[in-house]
Design a binder for this molecule. Structure first.
Ligand SMILES: N=c1c2ncn([C@@H]3O[C@H](COP(=O)(O)OP(=O)(O)OP(=O)(O)O)[C@@H](O)[C@H]3O)c2ncn1[C@@H]1O[C@H](COP(=O)(O)O)[C@@H](O)[C@H]1O
Length: 108
């Protein structure tokens, strides 16, 4: 099991964005702009789909990593934090939990 989290990666991406001296791949994406980042994300997502359809487990892990990385870069480029996305996921979980409770109440 790894201690590495998406939060860690998002923080690294944010620091690359702010580092004007950086010539890293991440910085080059920010310099190229949101349309370029969105295009890269789309390409990686399609490659992930292909790996999943091929049943190629190792390729799926690699492409999923590329997709998550580019998703985080895209969110950062639009000043959306991972926390905001997680909050939305949490809200949906709570909502579906409430709906489940309500349906148990109605049936029980
Ligand atoms: N997780 C990643 C990560 N996943 C994928 N990639 C890069 O994404 C690119 C996608 O590969 P492609 O073959 O599709 O694209 P390419 O041919 O390199 O580029 P294009 O001309 O097609 O755009 C590769 O250059 C990968 O290195 C990543 N680059 C960086 N990270 C993380 O970001 C951190 C900072 O990286 P740097 O910005 O490189 O310092 C690293 O420590 C990693 O944790």
């Amino acid at each position: 099991m790894t201690d590495f989290t998406l939060d860690d990666l998002a923080a690294l991406i944010k620091s690359r964005r702010k580092d004007n001296a950086s010539t890293s791949y991440t910085k080059s994406l920010f310099d190229a702009g949101a349309p370029r980042i969105a295009k890269k994300f789309g390409e990686e997502a399609v490659e992930t789909i292909i790996a999943a359809l091929d049943g190629d487990r190792s390729a799926l892990i690699n492409e999923a990593a590329d997709t998550l990385y580019h998703l985080l870069v895209m969110l950062e480029a639009r000043d959306v934090s991972l926390t905001e996305v997680l909050r939305e996921l949490e809200r949906r979980t709570q909502q579906s939990g409430l709906a489940e409770k309500a349906s148990r109440g109605a049936n029980g």
